[in-house]
Design a protein around this ligand. Structure first.
Ligand code: MG
Length: 379
């Protein structure tokens, strides 16, 4: 079997995802989803495809490494070049699973679990008041979620004297505490709660907020400082009474190496359909395992990318929980055709179908294409 073409489609969900379809001379196709590649992702994939056309699609790792080595000078260390390669990689796994008649998790070494537990990330409800956060938290728990995440960083906070510096004044820290306290009060002690700061604060602010979170038994505090300075992240972690999680904007094994070696976090959160794909994240998970660090992957993909991520989450021992960010996006159900819902009782349920195990509903996908673009158009 040989690869004959690769085509893309851009679909609106949580921002734009790029769907990637790999075609072969035997008529078999594989489809992947990558995200956060920006508007340039389809163009990068067009540029990458000459490296894989004519190749055997089952040599997934070799083809990924071929693309990576060919583009080291063009951004293949981190960023949207890696994301474009990731979209192709996930489509190749879907194709390989279909060619061999097995689900992807089987190709990754089999599964530790049938259900991949989700946490629901959502914004506060009507406004940013503590009561609005609490109300939203109650709504999400009523949907059956046992783990939630909320954002507390607020560049428009009235306590801010300046929108550019990264220092949280005492009033802003108190505002964060009020919101988190309201959520914890609303959900009780047993529902797990993560709080995200989006890497928008300086080290002293990160430490102050982490210490203020001590009473709320957080599942984690996410990116209190930006991710690119590992020493600063470690400084926060060493002074934090709650677990620190980071890594949604890091790429490939090398992007996580320092974070792990320095033990600068308690949990890592690679974005699987962005940072290198299924094989790469399996390797990142193995590295993390040697430091006793679990994975809680970042994920804002639709059902195809979420299910692809779930194959990795099922195949590693150190999986903690996977993000789901579509609670306000009912068109989740438009995008794929399935025999059973992708999500059941707040978990992704794996099937024994070959490949990723879900197929795009092309009619549904067409309704959410980027305006002016087509579904898997030929060049
Ligand atoms: Mg985050």
């Amino acid at each position: 079997m040989k690869i004959t073409d690769i085509r893309t489609a851009e679909v609106y969900g949580h921002g734009y995802s790029t769907y990637v379809r790999v075609y072969t001379d035997e008529g078999l196709t594989g489809t992947g989803e990558c995200i956060h590649g920006g508007a340039g992702c389809p163009a990068l994939i067009r540029d990458l495809k000459h490296l894989v056309i004519g190749e055997n699609p089952l040599n997934v790792d070799m083809l990924f490494e071929k693309m990576r080595r060919a583009h080291v000078f063009d951004g293949a260390l981190a960023g949207n070049m890696v994301t474009a390669m990731t979209g192709i990689e996930i489509a190749l796994w879907d194709l390989t699973g279909k060619a061999l008649g097995v689900p992807i998790y089987q190709l990754l070494g089999g599964k530790f679990r049938d259900r991949v537990r989700l946490y629901c990330d959502s914004h506060a409800g009507r406004d940013a008041s503590p009561e609005s956060y609490a109300q939203r938290a109650r709504e999400v728990v009523a949907l059956g979620f046992g783990a939630l995440k909320f954002d507390v960083d607020d560049a428009r906070s009235r306590y801010r004297s300046d929108r550019w510096n990264w220092t949280a004044p005492p009033g802003e820290v108190a505002q964060m505490v009020e919101r988190v306290a309201a959520v914890r009060e609303a959900i009780g002690p047993e529902v797990e709660l993560a709080i995200d700061m989006h890497g928008r604060y300086d080290t002293q602010s990160g430490i102050r907020v982490a210490q203020a979170m001590a009473p709320f038994a957080l599942m984690w505090l996410e990116e209190p400082v930006p991710p690119e300075n590992v020493a600063a992240m470690r400084e926060v972690k060493r002074n934090s009474p709650v677990p620190i999680c980071a890594g949604e904007n890091l790429y490939l094994r090398w992007g996580f190496r320092d974070l792990l070696e320095q033990q600068a976090v308690d949990i890592i959160m690679p974005d699987i359909p962005k940072c290198g794909g299924l094989s790469e994240c399996r390797k990142i998970a193995t590295m993390a395992e040697t430091y006793y660090i679990p994975l809680a992957p970042h994920n804002v993909c639709g059902p195809l990318g979420t299910m692809a991520s779930a194959h990795v989450c099922a195949s590693i021992p150190n999986f903690q929980v996977l993000e789901w960010h579509w609670v306000d996006r009912p068109h989740w159900h438009d995008l794929v055709t399935v025999d059973q819902p992708v999500i059941q009782d707040s978990a992704v349920v794996l099937t024994d179908k070959p490949g990723i195990g879900v197929e795009l509903n092309e009619e549904g996908v067409r309704r959410h294409l980027r305006p002016g673009t087509e579904l898997f158009a030929a060049d």
